[in-house]
Unconditional design. Sequence first.
Length: 214
Amino acid sequence: MGLRTLKFLELPPQLAAILNRSRYRSSIQRMQPVNPPTDGDLIRLIGAGDEAAFGALYERWSPSVFRFALHMTSDRHIAEEVTQETFMTLIRRPSMFDESRGTLVGWLLGIARNKTRRALGANPAADELDETTDLAATSDVLSDLSRRETIDAVRQAVSSLPAVYREVVVLCDLQEMDYRDAATALACPVGTIRSRLHRARTILMAKLQSWCVV
């Protein structure tokens, strides 16, 4: 996906100008195509003022950020704004990213998560985990559902999950992110990702069964 295809966003003038200029000049253009720059390489170039490095990272990760925000909000306008604000944070303060603490996509999705929750006016109390509910364990529920249920039914069930469960399903099941990156994005241990994901899948199955679709 090239920069010209990223038309799902109505970009603010400052961001649009940077991306347009980045198509025509960059030190990354001198890098060998067989050795594409890493996220860390591009972050360092952004810190040195290279706008095309920012364009490359935008092209690489903006679709993931947008999809996450859209799944979390079911609102295209909010998802667009969250994506814009996330990348404006990156270009304004690239030094905030610490490569030793996790991947760039995890860091970006962590920013997007916070901005999404603020946009929705998230109430922390509403996201408290209900540990008293005893639901039977189910192995790889979403894989089974994807074969047996319509896409719309599963999307509706995912959208109805509490945010703490919806986040892990979106990241790990819908976007196929590994647990370590998801833990970076959600600022919690990998073990917490595993337990929330297991519980989320079980809740999804219960919801779909109650709707008489499984």
